[in-house]
Design a protein around this ligand. Structure first.
Ligand SMILES: NC(=O)c1ccc[n+]([C@@H]2O[C@H](COP(=O)([O-])OP(=O)(O)OC[C@H]3O[C@@H](n4cnc5c(N)ncnc54)[C@H](O)[C@@H]3O)[C@@H](O)[C@H]2O)c1
Length: 251
C-alpha cells in the first residue's frame, strides 16, 4: 500500500486524484494539504505540509511552484519520496530539484500522462528510422480556445524528444506563411489549432513519398495526468535518492 500526502488536494488535479485513489487498492491518501480546505475530503486536510501528522511514503504535488523549498525540506525530514507535477518552475528551482534528488527520490514531469510518455518513445523509434530515409516530420497539436500558449509544452517536448533521438538536431518551423519555396528537408514543422473545448490532441506525421505514418494521442480529460501521478507515486515510493522521469516510470 502506497501512502500518499496530496499537496494541492483542493485543486482540480488534487480532486481528480482523490477520486482515482478511492477505488485503488494499492494506494491511499493519508492526508491532504491546501490553503483552501476542500469540502468532503475523505482524509484530514492541513494548511501546511509541515503540520501533517500521518505517516506517508510519498508526497504528490499539484499546486504552485512557490511551495517547492518547503516540500523538499519536508520530504527530506520524513525521508519520503516526492512526485512533482506542478509546472512553471524557474531555472533556479529546477537546479534546486536536481540538488535535492541527491538525497531524495523525486519524479518530476511536466506531462504525467502515461499515454503521452509512451507516444514519445514510439515517436523516437519512428524518427530514428524515418528521418534518415528523408521523411518530413510535422507535429500538429489541438487545444481548447482558452489555452493561451502555443505551441503546447507537450508539442515542444515531443519535438525535443525527436531531436534527442537523431544524430543532429533539426530546427523547428512554426509558420510557413510568407515562405515561397518547397518545404526543405531536415526541419520539424509544428502547428497549433485552437478551438472549442478540445482537451488536448497531438499528432506526429512522418511524410514520405507515397506514404504517411501518423502517431497520435487524444486526451479526453485531465484524469490522465492524475492516473500517471499515482502510478509514479507507487513507482518512486521506497526508491533510493535520484531524479526519475516518466520514462523510468513507464519502464
Ligand atoms: N505535470 C502534469 O502533467 C500536469 C497536469 C495538469 C496540471 N499540472 C500543473 O499542476 C498545477 C496544479 O494544477 P491544477 O489544475 O490542479 O490547479 P488548481 O489551481 O486547480 O489547483 C492548485 C491547488 O493548489 C493549492 N495551493 C496553492 N498554494 C498552495 C500551498 N502553498 N500549499 C498547498 N496547496 C496550495 C490551491 O489552493 C489549489 O487548490 C499547475 O502548475 C498545473 O500546470 C501539471
Amino acid at each position: 500500500m502506497t501512502r500518499i500526502i496530496m499537496n494541492g488536494c483542493g485543486g482540480h488535479m488534487g480532486r481528480v486524484i482523490t477520486e482515482l485513489v478511492e477505488s485503488d487498492k494499492e494506494a491511499q491518501i493519508v492526508a491532504g494539504v491546501d490553503i483552501v480546505t476542500p469540502p468532503l475530503a475523505p482524509y484530514p486536510v492541513y494548511s501546511s505540509v509541515a503540520d501533517v501528522k500521518e505517516e506517508a511514503d510519498v508526497i504528490i504535488d499539484f499546486s504552485t511552484p512557490k511551495i517547492l523549498t518547503k516540500l523538499i525540506e519536508e520530504a527530506q525530514k520524513r525521508n519520503i519520496a516526492l512526485v512533482l507535477c506542478t509546472t512553471g518552475y524557474t531555472k533556479e528551482q529546477i537546479a534546486e530539484i536536481d540538488e535535492a534528488s541527491k538525497k531524495t527520490a523525486i519524479v518530476r514531469s511536466a506531462n504525467m500522462s502515461l499515454g503521452i510518455n509512451v507516444l514519445i518513445r514510439l515517436v523516437q523509434e519512428a524518427a530514428k528510422k524515418l528521418a534518415a530515409e528523408g521523411f518530413d516530420i510535422e507535429i500538429v497539436e489541438k487545444h481548447h480556445h482558452f489555452k493561451k500558449d502555443a505551441p503546447s509544452g507537450t508539442a515542444l517536448a515531443i519535438a525535443d524528444a525527436i531531436n534527442e533521438a537523431l544524430p543532429e538536431a533539426l530546427p523547428y518551423v512554426y509558420d510557413r506563411s510568407g515562405r515561397s519555396e518547397p518545404r526543405p528537408q531536415g526541419e520539424i514543422g509544428i502547428s497549433a489549432v485552437r478551438g472549442g473545448t478540445i482537451v488536448g490532441e497531438h499528432e506526429i506525421l512522418f511524410c514520405g513519398t507515397d506514404e504517411v505514418i501518423t502517431l497520435s494521442h487524444m486526451a479526453y480529460s485531465k484524469a490522465i495526468f492524475g492516473k500517471g501521478a499515482v502510478v509514479a507515486a507507487k513507482y518512486v515510493a521506497g526508491k533510493g535518492p535520484g531524479l526519475y522521469t516518466m520514462k523510468d516510470v513507464i519502464g
